[in-house]
Design a protein around this ligand. Structure first.
Ligand SMILES: *Cc1c(COP(=O)(O)O)cnc(C)c1O
Length: 388
Protein backbone atom coordinates (compact mmCIF):
# COMPACT_ATOMS: atom_id res chain seq x y z
CA UNK A 1 0.00 0.00 0.00
CA UNK A 2 1.41 3.40 -0.98
CA UNK A 3 2.04 6.00 1.70
CA UNK A 4 3.19 5.28 5.18
CA UNK A 5 1.53 3.25 7.85
CA UNK A 6 0.16 5.76 10.32
CA UNK A 7 1.07 4.69 13.81
CA UNK A 8 -1.54 5.73 16.35
CA UNK A 9 -0.79 3.20 19.06
CA UNK A 10 0.39 4.27 22.51
CA UNK A 11 3.84 2.77 22.05
CA UNK A 12 6.02 2.22 20.22
CA UNK A 13 5.35 5.76 19.07
CA UNK A 14 6.54 7.61 15.99
CA UNK A 15 10.25 8.34 15.97
CA UNK A 16 11.01 11.87 14.71
CA UNK A 17 13.39 12.15 11.76
CA UNK A 18 15.92 14.04 13.89
CA UNK A 19 16.08 11.04 16.22
CA UNK A 20 16.24 8.50 13.38
CA UNK A 21 19.16 10.43 11.94
CA UNK A 22 20.88 10.73 15.31
CA UNK A 23 20.72 6.94 15.73
CA UNK A 24 22.28 6.29 12.34
CA UNK A 25 25.84 6.01 13.57
CA UNK A 26 28.80 3.68 13.15
CA UNK A 27 29.59 1.62 16.24
CA UNK A 28 32.32 2.90 18.49
CA UNK A 29 34.43 1.70 21.40
CA UNK A 30 32.35 2.10 24.55
CA UNK A 31 35.53 1.89 26.66
CA UNK A 32 37.23 4.73 24.81
CA UNK A 33 38.21 7.91 26.65
CA UNK A 34 35.54 9.89 24.75
CA UNK A 35 32.54 7.71 25.67
CA UNK A 36 31.94 9.53 28.99
CA UNK A 37 31.40 12.72 26.98
CA UNK A 38 28.20 11.11 25.74
CA UNK A 39 27.01 9.29 28.85
CA UNK A 40 27.72 11.70 31.72
CA UNK A 41 25.81 14.74 30.39
CA UNK A 42 23.08 12.45 29.07
CA UNK A 43 22.33 11.00 32.51
CA UNK A 44 22.50 14.48 34.02
CA UNK A 45 20.10 16.02 31.53
CA UNK A 46 17.75 13.07 31.87
CA UNK A 47 17.06 14.26 35.42
CA UNK A 48 15.45 17.39 33.95
CA UNK A 49 12.91 15.23 32.11
CA UNK A 50 12.11 13.33 35.32
CA UNK A 51 12.04 16.68 37.15
CA UNK A 52 14.45 15.66 39.88
CA UNK A 53 17.44 17.51 41.23
CA UNK A 54 18.49 15.23 44.07
CA UNK A 55 17.76 11.93 42.32
CA UNK A 56 19.91 9.94 39.92
CA UNK A 57 18.99 8.75 36.43
CA UNK A 58 19.86 5.42 34.79
CA UNK A 59 19.49 3.72 31.43
CA UNK A 60 19.43 -0.08 31.16
CA UNK A 61 19.45 -2.00 27.86
CA UNK A 62 16.01 -3.42 28.64
CA UNK A 63 12.36 -2.33 28.57
CA UNK A 64 9.84 -0.76 30.94
CA UNK A 65 9.06 -4.18 32.37
CA UNK A 66 12.66 -4.47 33.57
CA UNK A 67 12.20 -1.07 35.20
CA UNK A 68 9.52 -2.56 37.47
CA UNK A 69 11.94 -5.35 38.40
CA UNK A 70 14.86 -2.99 38.98
CA UNK A 71 12.83 -0.96 41.48
CA UNK A 72 11.51 -4.00 43.34
CA UNK A 73 14.72 -6.02 43.56
CA UNK A 74 17.15 -3.19 44.25
CA UNK A 75 15.31 -1.43 47.06
CA UNK A 76 13.42 -4.20 48.86
CA UNK A 77 14.28 -7.39 50.70
CA UNK A 78 12.92 -10.85 49.86
CA UNK A 79 9.33 -11.29 51.00
CA UNK A 80 8.68 -7.61 51.72
CA UNK A 81 5.08 -6.46 51.55
CA UNK A 82 4.09 -4.16 48.70
CA UNK A 83 0.75 -2.46 48.10
CA UNK A 84 -0.76 -2.04 44.66
CA UNK A 85 -4.08 -0.86 43.27
CA UNK A 86 -4.95 -2.80 40.12
CA UNK A 87 -7.19 -1.28 37.46
CA UNK A 88 -5.81 -2.35 34.08
CA UNK A 89 -3.44 -4.69 32.30
CA UNK A 90 -0.23 -2.87 33.25
CA UNK A 91 -0.96 -2.57 36.97
CA UNK A 92 -2.01 -6.23 36.76
CA UNK A 93 1.29 -7.27 35.19
CA UNK A 94 3.32 -5.33 37.74
CA UNK A 95 1.43 -7.01 40.58
CA UNK A 96 1.98 -10.42 38.96
CA UNK A 97 5.70 -9.71 38.62
CA UNK A 98 5.97 -8.79 42.30
CA UNK A 99 4.27 -12.08 43.18
CA UNK A 100 6.58 -14.07 40.93
CA UNK A 101 9.57 -12.39 42.55
CA UNK A 102 8.33 -13.63 45.90
CA UNK A 103 7.12 -10.39 47.43
CA UNK A 104 4.06 -10.32 49.67
CA UNK A 105 1.71 -8.47 47.32
CA UNK A 106 -1.38 -6.79 48.71
CA UNK A 107 -3.59 -6.20 45.67
CA UNK A 108 -6.64 -3.98 45.80
CA UNK A 109 -8.88 -4.45 42.80
CA UNK A 110 -10.45 -1.28 41.42
CA UNK A 111 -12.87 -0.82 38.54
CA UNK A 112 -11.08 -0.57 35.17
CA UNK A 113 -11.59 3.04 34.10
CA UNK A 114 -10.73 4.41 37.52
CA UNK A 115 -7.32 4.92 39.11
CA UNK A 116 -5.72 4.97 42.53
CA UNK A 117 -8.39 5.71 45.17
CA UNK A 118 -6.65 8.25 47.38
CA UNK A 119 -9.04 8.02 50.34
CA UNK A 120 -8.75 4.23 50.49
CA UNK A 121 -4.98 4.42 50.16
CA UNK A 122 -4.71 6.89 53.01
CA UNK A 123 -6.99 4.77 55.23
CA UNK A 124 -5.01 1.60 54.47
CA UNK A 125 -1.69 3.27 55.25
CA UNK A 126 -3.03 4.73 58.51
CA UNK A 127 -4.16 1.24 59.50
CA UNK A 128 -0.63 -0.11 58.89
CA UNK A 129 0.76 1.26 62.14
CA UNK A 130 3.55 -1.37 62.17
CA UNK A 131 4.73 -0.14 58.75
CA UNK A 132 4.69 -3.62 57.27
CA UNK A 133 4.06 -2.14 53.82
CA UNK A 134 7.48 -1.40 52.37
CA UNK A 135 6.47 0.08 49.01
CA UNK A 136 3.44 1.54 47.27
CA UNK A 137 3.41 0.63 43.56
CA UNK A 138 1.59 3.30 41.59
CA UNK A 139 0.78 3.10 37.88
CA UNK A 140 0.67 6.76 36.90
CA UNK A 141 -0.81 6.26 33.47
CA UNK A 142 -2.63 2.96 32.94
CA UNK A 143 -2.13 2.58 29.20
CA UNK A 144 -4.70 -0.21 28.87
CA UNK A 145 -7.63 1.92 30.02
CA UNK A 146 -6.36 5.46 29.31
CA UNK A 147 -6.44 6.39 32.99
CA UNK A 148 -4.13 8.82 34.75
CA UNK A 149 -3.88 8.69 38.54
CA UNK A 150 -3.00 11.57 40.83
CA UNK A 151 0.53 10.91 42.06
CA UNK A 152 0.72 14.21 43.97
CA UNK A 153 -2.36 12.90 45.78
CA UNK A 154 -0.65 9.57 46.48
CA UNK A 155 2.28 11.41 48.07
CA UNK A 156 -0.13 13.50 50.12
CA UNK A 157 -1.96 10.37 51.33
CA UNK A 158 1.37 8.79 52.33
CA UNK A 159 2.47 11.94 54.15
CA UNK A 160 -0.87 12.37 55.90
CA UNK A 161 -0.63 8.77 57.10
CA UNK A 162 2.97 9.52 58.05
CA UNK A 163 3.97 6.30 56.30
CA UNK A 164 7.62 5.64 55.39
CA UNK A 165 7.02 3.22 52.48
CA UNK A 166 8.82 3.77 49.22
CA UNK A 167 6.80 5.24 46.38
CA UNK A 168 7.55 3.45 43.10
CA UNK A 169 5.82 4.95 40.07
CA UNK A 170 5.33 3.36 36.67
CA UNK A 171 5.57 6.36 34.37
CA UNK A 172 6.24 4.34 31.21
CA UNK A 173 3.43 6.10 29.32
CA UNK A 174 3.49 9.40 31.22
CA UNK A 175 7.11 10.51 31.68
CA UNK A 176 8.14 12.97 28.94
CA UNK A 177 4.49 13.55 27.98
CA UNK A 178 2.20 14.02 31.01
CA UNK A 179 3.02 16.36 33.91
CA UNK A 180 5.47 14.40 36.06
CA UNK A 181 7.42 15.81 39.01
CA UNK A 182 9.64 13.28 40.66
CA UNK A 183 11.11 15.69 43.20
CA UNK A 184 7.89 17.49 44.17
CA UNK A 185 5.95 14.25 44.48
CA UNK A 186 8.58 12.47 46.56
CA UNK A 187 8.92 9.56 44.15
CA UNK A 188 11.57 6.99 45.07
CA UNK A 189 11.72 5.09 41.80
CA UNK A 190 10.38 6.59 38.60
CA UNK A 191 10.20 4.02 35.82
CA UNK A 192 9.97 4.62 32.09
CA UNK A 193 10.77 3.01 28.78
CA UNK A 194 12.23 4.39 25.58
CA UNK A 195 9.34 3.76 23.16
CA UNK A 196 6.60 6.08 24.41
CA UNK A 197 7.10 9.72 25.42
CA UNK A 198 10.83 9.43 24.66
CA UNK A 199 9.97 8.74 20.98
CA UNK A 200 12.64 6.03 20.56
CA UNK A 201 12.59 2.37 19.61
CA UNK A 202 11.99 -0.03 22.50
CA UNK A 203 15.10 -1.32 24.24
CA UNK A 204 15.77 1.21 26.97
CA UNK A 205 14.58 1.04 30.57
CA UNK A 206 14.89 4.67 31.64
CA UNK A 207 14.71 5.29 35.37
CA UNK A 208 15.46 7.67 38.18
CA UNK A 209 15.95 6.88 41.87
CA UNK A 210 15.73 9.11 44.93
CA UNK A 211 18.55 9.30 47.49
CA UNK A 212 16.38 7.26 49.87
CA UNK A 213 16.03 4.52 47.24
CA UNK A 214 19.75 4.65 46.44
CA UNK A 215 20.57 4.14 50.10
CA UNK A 216 18.35 1.04 50.11
CA UNK A 217 20.25 -0.36 47.12
CA UNK A 218 23.30 -0.60 49.40
CA UNK A 219 21.52 -2.74 52.00
CA UNK A 220 18.92 -4.70 50.01
CA UNK A 221 19.59 -8.44 50.16
CA UNK A 222 17.45 -9.38 47.19
CA UNK A 223 19.60 -11.45 44.78
CA UNK A 224 20.16 -9.69 41.47
CA UNK A 225 22.82 -9.51 38.81
CA UNK A 226 22.15 -8.03 35.37
CA UNK A 227 19.68 -5.54 36.82
CA UNK A 228 21.84 -4.60 39.82
CA UNK A 229 21.92 -0.83 40.23
CA UNK A 230 25.19 -1.02 42.13
CA UNK A 231 27.05 -1.97 38.94
CA UNK A 232 25.44 0.93 37.08
CA UNK A 233 26.23 3.35 39.90
CA UNK A 234 29.91 2.37 40.01
CA UNK A 235 30.40 2.39 36.25
CA UNK A 236 28.25 5.47 35.53
CA UNK A 237 30.32 7.45 38.03
CA UNK A 238 33.27 7.14 35.64
CA UNK A 239 31.08 7.72 32.56
CA UNK A 240 30.81 4.06 31.54
CA UNK A 241 28.32 1.19 31.68
CA UNK A 242 28.70 -2.26 33.29
CA UNK A 243 28.13 -4.00 29.96
CA UNK A 244 27.95 -3.07 26.29
CA UNK A 245 25.54 -0.16 25.88
CA UNK A 246 22.97 0.13 23.09
CA UNK A 247 24.81 2.95 21.34
CA UNK A 248 22.20 4.01 18.76
CA UNK A 249 19.64 4.18 21.54
CA UNK A 250 21.90 6.41 23.64
CA UNK A 251 22.53 8.75 20.68
CA UNK A 252 18.80 8.76 20.00
CA UNK A 253 18.07 9.50 23.65
CA UNK A 254 20.54 12.39 23.55
CA UNK A 255 18.54 13.87 20.69
CA UNK A 256 15.19 13.12 22.36
CA UNK A 257 16.24 14.92 25.55
CA UNK A 258 17.46 17.87 23.48
CA UNK A 259 14.12 18.05 21.64
CA UNK A 260 12.10 17.80 24.86
CA UNK A 261 14.14 20.40 26.74
CA UNK A 262 14.16 22.71 23.74
CA UNK A 263 10.35 22.59 23.62
CA UNK A 264 10.25 22.90 27.41
CA UNK A 265 8.65 20.26 29.64
CA UNK A 266 5.65 22.48 30.44
CA UNK A 267 5.04 22.97 26.70
CA UNK A 268 5.41 19.23 26.11
CA UNK A 269 2.69 18.58 28.73
CA UNK A 270 0.46 21.32 27.28
CA UNK A 271 0.84 19.90 23.76
CA UNK A 272 -0.18 16.44 24.94
CA UNK A 273 -3.19 17.91 26.73
CA UNK A 274 -4.31 19.73 23.59
CA UNK A 275 -3.87 16.71 21.33
CA UNK A 276 -5.81 14.56 23.81
CA UNK A 277 -8.52 17.16 24.32
CA UNK A 278 -9.14 17.44 20.56
CA UNK A 279 -9.45 13.66 20.42
CA UNK A 280 -11.92 13.76 23.31
CA UNK A 281 -14.00 16.39 21.49
CA UNK A 282 -14.19 14.02 18.52
CA UNK A 283 -15.21 11.07 20.72
CA UNK A 284 -17.98 13.14 22.30
CA UNK A 285 -19.19 14.25 18.85
CA UNK A 286 -19.44 10.59 17.81
CA UNK A 287 -21.63 9.99 20.84
CA UNK A 288 -19.12 7.50 22.25
CA UNK A 289 -17.44 7.40 25.64
CA UNK A 290 -14.02 6.75 27.08
CA UNK A 291 -13.21 3.78 29.25
CA UNK A 292 -11.72 6.33 31.67
CA UNK A 293 -14.21 7.76 34.13
CA UNK A 294 -14.42 11.57 34.44
CA UNK A 295 -11.36 13.02 36.14
CA UNK A 296 -9.11 10.12 35.11
CA UNK A 297 -8.71 10.93 31.38
CA UNK A 298 -5.21 10.33 30.06
CA UNK A 299 -3.41 12.82 27.87
CA UNK A 300 -1.36 10.11 26.13
CA UNK A 301 -3.98 7.52 25.23
CA UNK A 302 -7.75 7.39 24.78
CA UNK A 303 -9.50 4.02 25.13
CA UNK A 304 -12.81 4.34 23.29
CA UNK A 305 -15.73 2.06 24.14
CA UNK A 306 -17.65 0.74 21.13
CA UNK A 307 -21.42 0.05 21.32
CA UNK A 308 -22.13 -3.25 23.12
CA UNK A 309 -23.28 -5.04 19.95
CA UNK A 310 -20.09 -4.16 18.05
CA UNK A 311 -16.55 -5.59 18.20
CA UNK A 312 -13.69 -3.10 18.50
CA UNK A 313 -11.40 -5.67 16.84
CA UNK A 314 -13.30 -5.14 13.57
CA UNK A 315 -12.61 -1.41 13.76
CA UNK A 316 -8.91 -2.07 14.36
CA UNK A 317 -8.53 -4.66 11.59
CA UNK A 318 -10.47 -2.53 9.08
CA UNK A 319 -8.40 0.52 9.97
CA UNK A 320 -5.23 -1.47 9.34
CA UNK A 321 -6.11 -3.41 6.21
CA UNK A 322 -8.20 -0.78 4.44
CA UNK A 323 -6.68 2.53 5.57
CA UNK A 324 -3.16 1.57 6.68
CA UNK A 325 -3.48 3.03 10.17
CA UNK A 326 -2.59 1.23 13.38
CA UNK A 327 -4.80 1.61 16.45
CA UNK A 328 -4.30 0.12 19.90
CA UNK A 329 -6.32 -2.96 20.83
CA UNK A 330 -8.32 -3.58 23.99
CA UNK A 331 -6.18 -5.66 26.34
CA UNK A 332 -7.33 -8.58 28.46
CA UNK A 333 -10.87 -7.97 29.74
CA UNK A 334 -11.23 -4.99 27.38
CA UNK A 335 -10.53 -7.08 24.24
CA UNK A 336 -13.22 -6.30 21.67
CA UNK A 337 -14.76 -3.64 23.89
CA UNK A 338 -12.39 -0.75 23.24
CA UNK A 339 -9.90 0.46 20.71
CA UNK A 340 -7.21 2.93 21.67
CA UNK A 341 -5.83 6.03 20.00
CA UNK A 342 -2.37 7.04 21.17
CA UNK A 343 -1.66 10.76 21.27
CA UNK A 344 1.83 10.52 22.64
CA UNK A 345 5.22 11.57 21.38
CA UNK A 346 5.91 13.08 17.99
CA UNK A 347 2.35 14.14 17.17
CA UNK A 348 0.65 17.35 16.11
CA UNK A 349 -2.84 18.61 15.25
CA UNK A 350 -2.87 17.23 11.73
CA UNK A 351 -1.50 13.82 12.70
CA UNK A 352 -4.36 13.60 15.22
CA UNK A 353 -6.84 14.62 12.54
CA UNK A 354 -5.53 11.75 10.43
CA UNK A 355 -6.22 9.38 13.30
CA UNK A 356 -9.70 10.77 13.88
CA UNK A 357 -10.64 10.66 10.16
CA UNK A 358 -9.28 7.12 9.77
CA UNK A 359 -11.17 5.97 12.85
CA UNK A 360 -14.39 7.49 11.47
CA UNK A 361 -14.03 5.57 8.22
CA UNK A 362 -13.24 2.32 10.01
CA UNK A 363 -16.14 2.76 12.44
CA UNK A 364 -18.61 3.50 9.61
CA UNK A 365 -17.34 0.40 7.75
CA UNK A 366 -17.85 -1.61 10.94
CA UNK A 367 -21.50 -0.56 11.16
CA UNK A 368 -21.07 1.87 14.03
CA UNK A 369 -23.68 4.59 13.73
CA UNK A 370 -21.80 7.88 13.72
CA UNK A 371 -22.23 10.94 11.56
CA UNK A 372 -19.45 11.09 8.93
CA UNK A 373 -17.15 14.04 9.65
CA UNK A 374 -18.61 14.76 13.07
CA UNK A 375 -15.47 13.88 15.03
CA UNK A 376 -13.18 15.62 12.55
CA UNK A 377 -15.39 18.75 12.69
CA UNK A 378 -15.30 18.88 16.48
CA UNK A 379 -11.54 18.35 16.56
CA UNK A 380 -10.71 20.96 13.90
CA UNK A 381 -12.78 23.59 15.72
CA UNK A 382 -10.95 22.83 18.96
CA UNK A 383 -7.49 22.74 17.37
CA UNK A 384 -8.12 25.97 15.42
CA UNK A 385 -9.40 27.76 18.50
CA UNK A 386 -6.47 26.71 20.68
CA UNK A 387 -3.53 26.75 18.23
CA UNK A 388 -0.58 28.95 19.21
C1 LIG B 1 4.28 0.01 27.83
C2 LIG B 1 4.08 -0.06 29.29
C3 LIG B 1 4.80 -0.94 30.11
C4 LIG B 1 5.68 -2.02 29.57
O1 LIG B 1 6.77 -1.56 28.94
P1 LIG B 1 7.67 -2.52 28.03
O2 LIG B 1 8.65 -1.56 27.49
O3 LIG B 1 6.77 -3.12 26.99
O4 LIG B 1 8.27 -3.53 28.92
C5 LIG B 1 4.62 -0.85 31.47
N1 LIG B 1 3.76 0.02 32.01
C6 LIG B 1 3.04 0.86 31.26
C7 LIG B 1 2.11 1.81 31.93
C8 LIG B 1 3.17 0.85 29.88
O5 LIG B 1 2.44 1.69 29.13
Amino acid sequence: MAGRNHLYIPGPTNVPNEILNAMHIPMEDHRSPVFPKLLTPLLNDLKKVFRTETGQAFVFPATGTAGWEIALTNCLNPGDKVLIYRFGQFSHLWAEMAKRLGFDVEIHQEVWGTGIPLDKLEARLKEDTQHTIKAVLATHNETATGVTSDIAGVRKAMDTANHPAFLFVDGVSSIASIDFRMEDWGIDAAISGSQKGFMLPAGGAILAFSQKALAAVETSTYPRCFLDLKDQITNNAAGYTPYTPNLPLLYGLRKAIDLLLEEGMENVYARHYRLAEGTRKAIAAWGLTLCAQPGFESNTVSAIVVPADKDARTVISTAFSKYNISLGAGLSELAGKVFRIGHVGDMNDVSMLGAIAGVEMAMLDSGIDIKPGSGVAAAIEYYRATAA
